[in-house]
Design a protein around this ligand. Structure first.
Ligand code: 5RP
Length: 234
């Protein structure tokens, strides 16, 4: 296992300390939170943990079923106790860029239904200013090139359609992903989120503002729990 993979595993497993029997848990998407999902499966089988999960992608749904986590639909329950998810970047105000795995729409729908959001990350995700990671934006397939042109004009940066080989990446919702290469310049993520959401053709943007309560961060000195002073968890 590479060093980075080991850190992802440490963070993913450490976040399970927030999980209690009886909780409804949002299950994020990505290579870090997959370790959380596997650990929750182990806790169910070996420790009698009783939870239900809501997955944020088809990939997480498949993994959760494989490891034996009972799943429910978000519409069928009265909210979530917590969601545990990964991030591509987080800044000192706990604002996030997400969507590197193209799951941002479901991730945001699930996060907005959760009483608290816990992010699992390795220390490469910590930034002073968001934007070095290209900002993922989910857009409709209809006239997607036109939407990308408007995004590039509005944001004044290069915007690419995310590709898988010769074809655009298609999300679990049948949409496409535009990646905006703004550089580390997103000092007002809430203003930027509104501007982007105002463009017709945009379904959702991977700026997660005022949602993250805790970052469980794995680095060379071990696992640190960073609590957002303005968040919902102590
Ligand atoms: C998927 C996401 C992921 O949580 C994010 O890309 C981080 O993934 P990883 O843990 O693999 O680095 O937002 O849409």
């Amino acid at each position: 296992m590479s060093d980075v993979e080991a850190l992802k595993k440490e963070a993913g497993i450490a976040a399970c300390a927030y999980v209690r029997s009886g909780m409804n848990i949002g299950l994020g998407t990505g290579s870090t939170v997959k370790h959380t999902v596997v650990e929750l499966g182990r806790m169910i089988h070996e420790e009698g943990l009783e939870i239900v999960g809501v997955p944020t992608s088809l990939a997480t749904e498949k993994l959760a079923l494989e490891v034996g986590i009972p799943l429910v639909k978000l519409s069928e329950i009265d909210g979530l106790d917590i969601v545990i998810d990964g991030a591509d970047e987080y800044d000192p105000n706990f604002q996030l860029i997400k969507g590197g795995g193209a799951a941002l729409l479901r991730e945001k729908i699930v996060a907005q239904e959760a009483k608290a959001m816990i992010i699992v990350a390795d220390d490469r995700k910590k930034v002073q200013t968001l934007g070095a990671f290209p900002l993922p934006i989910e857009i409709t397939p209809f006239a997607h090139q036109a939407t990308i042109r408007v995004l590039a004009r509005t944001l004044d940066c290069r915007v690419n359609c995310r590709m898988a080989g010769d074809n655009p990446v298609i999300t679990d919702n049948g949409n496409m992903i535009a990646d905006a290469h703004c550089g580390p310049s997103i000092t007002q993520p809430k203003v930027m989120e509104s501007e982007i959401l105002n463009i017709a053709g945009v379904v959702q943007v991977g700026l997660f503002n005022d949602m993250c309560d805790v970052v469980v961060l794995a680095g060379s000195n071990g696992v640190e729990t960073l609590v957002n002073p303005n968040g919902r968890l102590e």
